[in-house]
Design a protein around this ligand. Structure first.
Ligand SMILES: Nc1nc2c(ncn2[C@@H]2O[C@H](COP(=O)(O)OP(=O)(O)OP(=O)(O)O)[C@@H](O)[C@H]2O)c(=O)[nH]1
Ligand SMILES: [Mg+2]
Length: 385
Protein backbone atom coordinates (compact mmCIF):
# COMPACT_ATOMS: atom_id res chain seq x y z
CA UNK A 1 0.00 0.00 0.00
CA UNK A 2 1.91 2.99 -1.06
CA UNK A 3 1.13 6.40 -0.99
CA UNK A 4 3.56 9.08 -1.76
CA UNK A 5 1.64 9.90 -4.90
CA UNK A 6 -1.52 10.40 -3.01
CA UNK A 7 -0.02 13.11 -0.87
CA UNK A 8 -1.39 16.50 -1.68
CA UNK A 9 0.90 19.23 -2.96
CA UNK A 10 0.44 21.38 0.08
CA UNK A 11 0.60 18.60 2.61
CA UNK A 12 3.21 18.99 5.29
CA UNK A 13 6.69 17.94 4.34
CA UNK A 14 6.95 16.52 7.80
CA UNK A 15 4.12 14.15 7.37
CA UNK A 16 3.77 11.11 9.51
CA UNK A 17 2.95 7.59 8.68
CA UNK A 18 -0.16 6.35 10.33
CA UNK A 19 0.12 3.45 12.69
CA UNK A 20 1.60 0.62 10.73
CA UNK A 21 1.72 -2.45 12.85
CA UNK A 22 4.59 -4.59 11.74
CA UNK A 23 4.79 -3.72 8.07
CA UNK A 24 8.08 -2.63 6.60
CA UNK A 25 9.00 0.92 5.60
CA UNK A 26 8.28 0.26 1.96
CA UNK A 27 4.63 -0.22 2.61
CA UNK A 28 3.49 2.71 4.66
CA UNK A 29 0.11 4.12 4.53
CA UNK A 30 0.96 7.77 4.78
CA UNK A 31 -1.93 9.96 5.60
CA UNK A 32 -1.06 13.52 4.86
CA UNK A 33 -3.07 15.00 7.64
CA UNK A 34 -2.47 12.33 10.24
CA UNK A 35 0.06 14.25 12.19
CA UNK A 36 1.39 17.69 11.71
CA UNK A 37 4.41 18.70 13.63
CA UNK A 38 4.89 22.04 15.08
CA UNK A 39 8.27 22.52 13.46
CA UNK A 40 11.07 23.44 15.82
CA UNK A 41 11.68 27.10 16.01
CA UNK A 42 8.26 28.12 14.81
CA UNK A 43 7.13 29.18 18.22
CA UNK A 44 8.41 32.39 19.62
CA UNK A 45 7.08 33.33 23.04
CA UNK A 46 3.88 31.51 22.20
CA UNK A 47 3.45 33.38 18.92
CA UNK A 48 3.74 31.94 15.49
CA UNK A 49 6.61 33.36 13.52
CA UNK A 50 5.95 34.68 10.05
CA UNK A 51 6.73 32.01 7.44
CA UNK A 52 9.90 33.58 6.13
CA UNK A 53 11.48 33.33 9.55
CA UNK A 54 10.77 29.62 9.49
CA UNK A 55 12.66 29.50 6.22
CA UNK A 56 15.72 30.82 7.97
CA UNK A 57 15.67 27.62 10.01
CA UNK A 58 16.82 25.63 6.99
CA UNK A 59 20.33 26.54 8.05
CA UNK A 60 19.69 25.03 11.45
CA UNK A 61 18.59 21.62 10.26
CA UNK A 62 20.82 19.22 12.13
CA UNK A 63 22.79 16.47 10.43
CA UNK A 64 20.93 13.22 9.92
CA UNK A 65 23.28 10.40 10.86
CA UNK A 66 23.56 6.93 9.39
CA UNK A 67 21.53 4.01 10.70
CA UNK A 68 24.68 2.42 12.12
CA UNK A 69 25.64 5.62 13.91
CA UNK A 70 22.25 5.84 15.61
CA UNK A 71 22.54 2.23 16.71
CA UNK A 72 26.07 2.78 18.02
CA UNK A 73 24.97 5.83 19.98
CA UNK A 74 21.96 4.07 21.50
CA UNK A 75 23.76 0.82 22.31
CA UNK A 76 26.76 2.60 23.85
CA UNK A 77 24.51 4.75 25.98
CA UNK A 78 22.64 1.64 27.09
CA UNK A 79 25.89 -0.06 28.04
CA UNK A 80 27.12 2.92 30.03
CA UNK A 81 23.80 3.46 31.73
CA UNK A 82 23.40 -0.21 32.64
CA UNK A 83 26.88 -0.40 34.17
CA UNK A 84 26.09 2.72 36.25
CA UNK A 85 22.75 1.32 37.35
CA UNK A 86 24.17 -2.00 38.44
CA UNK A 87 26.59 -0.34 40.84
CA UNK A 88 23.76 0.92 43.04
CA UNK A 89 21.49 -2.09 42.69
CA UNK A 90 20.58 -4.40 45.48
CA UNK A 91 18.97 -7.84 45.35
CA UNK A 92 19.90 -11.26 44.08
CA UNK A 93 22.24 -11.69 41.07
CA UNK A 94 19.21 -12.57 38.95
CA UNK A 95 17.26 -9.49 40.06
CA UNK A 96 20.27 -7.28 39.42
CA UNK A 97 20.75 -8.72 35.93
CA UNK A 98 17.06 -8.33 35.17
CA UNK A 99 17.02 -4.68 36.27
CA UNK A 100 20.23 -3.97 34.44
CA UNK A 101 18.83 -5.30 31.15
CA UNK A 102 15.54 -3.49 31.67
CA UNK A 103 17.50 -0.26 32.13
CA UNK A 104 19.53 -1.03 29.01
CA UNK A 105 16.58 -1.65 26.71
CA UNK A 106 14.86 1.43 28.04
CA UNK A 107 17.94 3.52 27.28
CA UNK A 108 18.10 2.17 23.72
CA UNK A 109 14.46 3.06 23.16
CA UNK A 110 14.76 6.52 24.70
CA UNK A 111 17.93 7.41 22.77
CA UNK A 112 16.52 6.32 19.40
CA UNK A 113 13.19 8.01 20.03
CA UNK A 114 14.93 11.22 20.96
CA UNK A 115 17.08 11.30 17.83
CA UNK A 116 14.27 10.31 15.49
CA UNK A 117 11.80 12.79 16.93
CA UNK A 118 14.39 15.50 16.52
CA UNK A 119 14.59 14.70 12.81
CA UNK A 120 10.81 14.74 12.49
CA UNK A 121 10.44 18.01 14.34
CA UNK A 122 13.25 19.82 12.63
CA UNK A 123 12.10 19.26 9.06
CA UNK A 124 9.87 22.17 8.13
CA UNK A 125 6.32 21.87 7.01
CA UNK A 126 5.57 22.74 3.39
CA UNK A 127 2.34 24.38 4.53
CA UNK A 128 4.35 27.03 6.33
CA UNK A 129 6.07 28.08 3.13
CA UNK A 130 4.85 30.78 0.91
CA UNK A 131 4.64 29.90 -2.79
CA UNK A 132 8.15 31.16 -3.54
CA UNK A 133 9.79 28.79 -1.11
CA UNK A 134 7.46 25.98 -2.00
CA UNK A 135 8.64 26.26 -5.60
CA UNK A 136 12.24 26.67 -4.59
CA UNK A 137 12.18 23.66 -2.28
CA UNK A 138 10.72 21.62 -5.13
CA UNK A 139 13.73 22.62 -7.24
CA UNK A 140 16.22 21.15 -4.81
CA UNK A 141 14.48 18.22 -3.15
CA UNK A 142 12.07 15.53 -4.13
CA UNK A 143 9.34 16.54 -1.72
CA UNK A 144 7.39 13.30 -2.09
CA UNK A 145 10.48 11.26 -1.32
CA UNK A 146 11.33 13.39 1.70
CA UNK A 147 7.80 13.00 3.03
CA UNK A 148 8.01 9.29 2.52
CA UNK A 149 11.31 9.13 4.39
CA UNK A 150 9.90 11.17 7.25
CA UNK A 151 7.02 8.73 7.28
CA UNK A 152 9.63 5.99 7.51
CA UNK A 153 11.25 7.58 10.54
CA UNK A 154 7.87 7.95 12.18
CA UNK A 155 7.20 4.28 11.52
CA UNK A 156 10.56 3.53 13.14
CA UNK A 157 9.62 5.42 16.29
CA UNK A 158 6.39 3.48 16.57
CA UNK A 159 8.07 0.14 15.99
CA UNK A 160 10.79 0.86 18.52
CA UNK A 161 8.17 1.76 21.14
CA UNK A 162 6.18 -1.38 20.38
CA UNK A 163 9.24 -3.64 20.49
CA UNK A 164 10.32 -2.07 23.77
CA UNK A 165 6.91 -2.75 25.33
CA UNK A 166 6.99 -6.35 24.17
CA UNK A 167 10.48 -7.08 25.51
CA UNK A 168 10.08 -5.04 28.66
CA UNK A 169 7.23 -7.38 29.59
CA UNK A 170 9.16 -10.46 28.54
CA UNK A 171 12.23 -9.57 30.59
CA UNK A 172 10.08 -8.59 33.58
CA UNK A 173 8.29 -11.93 33.43
CA UNK A 174 11.44 -14.01 32.97
CA UNK A 175 12.40 -16.36 35.78
CA UNK A 176 16.01 -17.13 34.97
CA UNK A 177 19.12 -15.37 33.70
CA UNK A 178 19.25 -17.32 30.47
CA UNK A 179 15.76 -16.19 29.48
CA UNK A 180 16.57 -12.56 30.35
CA UNK A 181 19.67 -12.66 28.15
CA UNK A 182 17.82 -14.42 25.34
CA UNK A 183 15.13 -11.68 25.32
CA UNK A 184 17.72 -8.96 25.54
CA UNK A 185 19.53 -10.33 22.48
CA UNK A 186 16.27 -10.64 20.60
CA UNK A 187 15.36 -7.04 21.50
CA UNK A 188 18.68 -5.73 20.22
CA UNK A 189 18.26 -7.75 17.03
CA UNK A 190 14.74 -6.49 16.37
CA UNK A 191 15.66 -2.87 17.06
CA UNK A 192 18.75 -3.13 14.82
CA UNK A 193 16.63 -4.54 12.05
CA UNK A 194 14.12 -1.67 12.27
CA UNK A 195 16.83 0.99 12.29
CA UNK A 196 18.70 -0.65 9.40
CA UNK A 197 15.52 -0.67 7.34
CA UNK A 198 15.61 3.10 7.62
CA UNK A 199 19.12 3.34 6.18
CA UNK A 200 17.98 4.88 2.87
CA UNK A 201 15.60 7.25 4.61
CA UNK A 202 18.39 8.71 6.73
CA UNK A 203 20.49 9.21 3.61
CA UNK A 204 17.63 10.85 1.71
CA UNK A 205 16.90 13.18 4.60
CA UNK A 206 20.51 14.17 5.09
CA UNK A 207 20.85 14.89 1.36
CA UNK A 208 17.68 16.99 1.52
CA UNK A 209 19.02 18.84 4.54
CA UNK A 210 22.19 19.72 2.65
CA UNK A 211 20.17 21.02 -0.29
CA UNK A 212 17.76 22.99 1.90
CA UNK A 213 20.59 24.55 3.83
CA UNK A 214 21.86 26.44 0.80
CA UNK A 215 18.54 28.02 -0.07
CA UNK A 216 18.75 31.79 0.18
CA UNK A 217 17.25 33.51 3.16
CA UNK A 218 14.95 35.88 1.39
CA UNK A 219 12.25 37.74 3.21
CA UNK A 220 9.00 36.88 1.54
CA UNK A 221 6.88 39.14 3.70
CA UNK A 222 8.06 42.42 2.20
CA UNK A 223 7.72 43.74 -1.37
CA UNK A 224 10.53 42.45 -3.53
CA UNK A 225 12.04 44.05 -6.59
CA UNK A 226 14.01 41.72 -8.84
CA UNK A 227 16.77 43.29 -10.92
CA UNK A 228 17.31 41.52 -14.21
CA UNK A 229 19.29 42.00 -17.39
CA UNK A 230 22.31 40.67 -19.29
CA UNK A 231 25.69 40.47 -17.56
CA UNK A 232 27.57 43.76 -17.17
CA UNK A 233 24.57 45.97 -17.80
CA UNK A 234 24.88 47.38 -14.28
CA UNK A 235 22.58 45.25 -12.10
CA UNK A 236 24.84 45.20 -9.07
CA UNK A 237 25.74 48.87 -9.50
CA UNK A 238 22.04 49.74 -9.57
CA UNK A 239 21.36 47.56 -6.52
CA UNK A 240 24.00 49.51 -4.65
CA UNK A 241 22.62 52.84 -5.89
CA UNK A 242 19.15 51.89 -4.70
CA UNK A 243 20.01 50.30 -1.39
CA UNK A 244 23.31 51.66 -0.14
CA UNK A 245 26.85 50.52 -0.41
CA UNK A 246 26.92 47.06 1.13
CA UNK A 247 24.36 44.57 -0.19
CA UNK A 248 24.05 41.20 1.49
CA UNK A 249 25.48 38.30 -0.43
CA UNK A 250 23.57 35.02 -0.45
CA UNK A 251 24.08 31.84 -2.37
CA UNK A 252 21.44 30.75 -4.82
CA UNK A 253 21.77 27.12 -5.76
CA UNK A 254 21.04 27.59 -9.44
CA UNK A 255 23.77 29.95 -10.43
CA UNK A 256 27.49 29.79 -9.94
CA UNK A 257 27.45 33.43 -8.95
CA UNK A 258 26.08 34.70 -5.70
CA UNK A 259 22.83 36.48 -5.28
CA UNK A 260 22.91 40.01 -3.93
CA UNK A 261 20.24 41.32 -1.62
CA UNK A 262 19.63 44.89 -0.58
CA UNK A 263 17.02 46.72 1.45
CA UNK A 264 15.61 50.21 1.22
CA UNK A 265 13.04 51.92 3.38
CA UNK A 266 10.69 54.18 1.48
CA UNK A 267 7.76 55.96 3.11
CA UNK A 268 8.26 53.87 6.24
CA UNK A 269 8.06 50.61 4.26
CA UNK A 270 10.90 48.24 3.60
CA UNK A 271 11.58 46.93 0.11
CA UNK A 272 13.82 44.04 -0.78
CA UNK A 273 15.97 44.13 -3.91
CA UNK A 274 17.35 40.96 -5.45
CA UNK A 275 20.05 40.67 -8.08
CA UNK A 276 20.37 37.06 -9.18
CA UNK A 277 23.05 36.96 -11.85
CA UNK A 278 22.92 34.06 -14.21
CA UNK A 279 19.30 33.27 -13.56
CA UNK A 280 17.48 35.80 -15.66
CA UNK A 281 20.13 36.68 -18.17
CA UNK A 282 19.34 33.93 -20.64
CA UNK A 283 16.13 33.35 -22.53
CA UNK A 284 13.85 30.87 -20.80
CA UNK A 285 14.15 28.52 -23.76
CA UNK A 286 17.87 28.12 -23.10
CA UNK A 287 17.55 27.31 -19.44
CA UNK A 288 17.62 23.82 -18.04
CA UNK A 289 14.62 22.63 -16.07
CA UNK A 290 15.97 23.57 -12.68
CA UNK A 291 16.90 27.04 -13.86
CA UNK A 292 13.45 27.44 -15.35
CA UNK A 293 11.78 26.45 -12.12
CA UNK A 294 14.06 28.72 -10.15
CA UNK A 295 13.33 31.61 -12.46
CA UNK A 296 9.63 30.92 -12.11
CA UNK A 297 9.99 30.77 -8.36
CA UNK A 298 11.15 34.36 -8.57
CA UNK A 299 7.83 35.17 -10.15
CA UNK A 300 6.17 34.53 -6.80
CA UNK A 301 8.56 36.76 -5.01
CA UNK A 302 8.79 39.65 -7.42
CA UNK A 303 6.29 42.42 -7.02
CA UNK A 304 8.05 44.23 -9.81
CA UNK A 305 11.07 43.59 -12.04
CA UNK A 306 13.60 46.22 -13.05
CA UNK A 307 15.02 45.14 -16.35
CA UNK A 308 18.23 46.95 -17.18
CA UNK A 309 19.18 47.70 -20.74
CA UNK A 310 22.63 48.95 -21.56
CA UNK A 311 22.04 51.18 -24.62
CA UNK A 312 25.80 51.63 -25.05
CA UNK A 313 26.26 47.88 -25.60
CA UNK A 314 29.47 48.23 -23.57
CA UNK A 315 28.20 45.22 -21.63
CA UNK A 316 29.04 43.14 -24.69
CA UNK A 317 25.48 42.32 -25.77
CA UNK A 318 23.74 43.92 -28.76
CA UNK A 319 20.69 46.04 -28.01
CA UNK A 320 18.53 43.71 -30.07
CA UNK A 321 19.43 40.71 -27.89
CA UNK A 322 18.79 42.70 -24.76
CA UNK A 323 15.33 43.65 -26.01
CA UNK A 324 14.61 40.04 -26.84
CA UNK A 325 15.46 38.98 -23.35
CA UNK A 326 13.30 41.78 -21.98
CA UNK A 327 10.35 40.40 -23.92
CA UNK A 328 11.09 36.91 -22.68
CA UNK A 329 11.35 37.96 -19.04
CA UNK A 330 8.23 40.13 -19.26
CA UNK A 331 6.32 37.20 -20.73
CA UNK A 332 7.51 34.58 -18.28
CA UNK A 333 7.35 36.53 -15.03
CA UNK A 334 3.93 38.11 -15.47
CA UNK A 335 4.68 41.00 -13.14
CA UNK A 336 5.14 44.68 -13.99
CA UNK A 337 8.50 45.35 -15.60
CA UNK A 338 10.22 48.70 -15.30
CA UNK A 339 12.89 49.18 -17.94
CA UNK A 340 15.95 51.09 -16.80
CA UNK A 341 18.07 52.44 -19.62
CA UNK A 342 21.38 52.53 -17.82
CA UNK A 343 24.76 54.15 -18.35
CA UNK A 344 23.08 57.41 -19.33
CA UNK A 345 26.21 59.26 -18.29
CA UNK A 346 27.95 58.14 -21.43
CA UNK A 347 25.19 56.84 -23.69
CA UNK A 348 24.47 59.02 -26.73
CA UNK A 349 21.02 60.49 -27.34
CA UNK A 350 20.66 58.16 -30.32
CA UNK A 351 21.53 55.12 -28.26
CA UNK A 352 19.02 56.10 -25.58
CA UNK A 353 16.36 56.74 -28.19
CA UNK A 354 16.96 53.37 -29.85
CA UNK A 355 16.83 51.59 -26.50
CA UNK A 356 13.66 53.40 -25.49
CA UNK A 357 11.90 52.73 -28.77
CA UNK A 358 8.82 50.52 -28.33
CA UNK A 359 9.69 50.24 -24.66
CA UNK A 360 7.02 51.18 -22.19
CA UNK A 361 7.62 52.09 -18.61
CA UNK A 362 11.24 53.10 -19.27
CA UNK A 363 13.36 55.34 -17.13
CA UNK A 364 16.78 56.73 -18.01
CA UNK A 365 19.36 56.22 -15.28
CA UNK A 366 23.01 56.12 -14.51
CA UNK A 367 23.52 53.63 -11.73
CA UNK A 368 27.13 54.69 -11.44
CA UNK A 369 26.42 58.41 -11.10
CA UNK A 370 23.13 58.09 -9.24
CA UNK A 371 21.17 59.82 -12.00
CA UNK A 372 17.47 59.04 -12.45
CA UNK A 373 17.35 57.00 -9.24
CA UNK A 374 14.65 59.19 -7.67
CA UNK A 375 12.44 58.75 -10.70
CA UNK A 376 13.06 55.02 -10.65
CA UNK A 377 12.11 54.87 -6.96
CA UNK A 378 8.86 56.71 -7.71
CA UNK A 379 8.02 54.19 -10.41
CA UNK A 380 8.78 51.28 -8.09
CA UNK A 381 6.60 52.83 -5.38
CA UNK A 382 3.68 52.93 -7.83
CA UNK A 383 3.91 49.18 -8.28
CA UNK A 384 4.65 48.03 -4.76
CA UNK A 385 2.24 50.22 -2.83
N1 LIG B 1 29.66 54.63 -16.90
C1 LIG B 1 28.85 53.79 -16.28
N2 LIG B 1 29.26 52.57 -15.99
C2 LIG B 1 28.39 51.74 -15.35
C3 LIG B 1 27.09 52.14 -14.99
N3 LIG B 1 26.48 51.11 -14.38
C4 LIG B 1 27.37 50.11 -14.35
N4 LIG B 1 28.51 50.48 -14.91
C5 LIG B 1 29.71 49.68 -15.07
O1 LIG B 1 29.41 48.53 -15.82
C6 LIG B 1 30.17 47.43 -15.38
C7 LIG B 1 29.25 46.30 -15.00
O2 LIG B 1 28.45 46.70 -13.89
P1 LIG B 1 27.85 45.64 -12.87
O3 LIG B 1 27.00 46.40 -11.92
O4 LIG B 1 28.91 44.80 -12.31
O5 LIG B 1 26.98 44.79 -13.88
P2 LIG B 1 26.12 43.47 -13.57
O6 LIG B 1 24.93 43.56 -14.44
O7 LIG B 1 25.92 43.35 -12.13
O8 LIG B 1 27.08 42.34 -14.12
P3 LIG B 1 27.04 40.77 -13.75
O9 LIG B 1 27.09 40.67 -12.25
O10 LIG B 1 28.24 40.21 -14.42
O11 LIG B 1 25.79 40.21 -14.33
C8 LIG B 1 30.98 47.93 -14.19
O12 LIG B 1 32.26 48.25 -14.62
C9 LIG B 1 30.23 49.18 -13.76
O13 LIG B 1 31.09 50.12 -13.15
C10 LIG B 1 26.69 53.49 -15.31
O14 LIG B 1 25.58 53.94 -15.07
N5 LIG B 1 27.61 54.22 -15.98
MG1 LIG C 1 26.51 41.83 -10.76
Amino acid sequence: MVIANSIQEDAPLAVAASHLGTCCPGSFVVVASTLRWNPAGLQLAGKRRPPWQCIMNFGRLGKVESAQKYLDIAFNQAKEHASEVIKTMKGSPFQRLQRKELAAINTVKTALEKHFMLILKSFPSMTDFDPFYRELVKCVVDVGQVRQSLGGINWGVQRITAIFREFNDKIRNAHDEETVLKHKRAYYGRVSSVVKQLKDDFEILDDARKQLKVLPTLKTSIPTVVIAGFPNVGKSTLLKALTGSSPEIASYPFTTKQMMLGYRTEGGKKWQFVDTPGLLDRPLGKKNNIEKQAALALKYLAKVVIFIIDPTESCGYPLEDQKHLLKDVAKSLEVPVIVALNKADFATTEQLAAAGEHTQNAVIVSAEKGQGIDELVKLIAKHVS
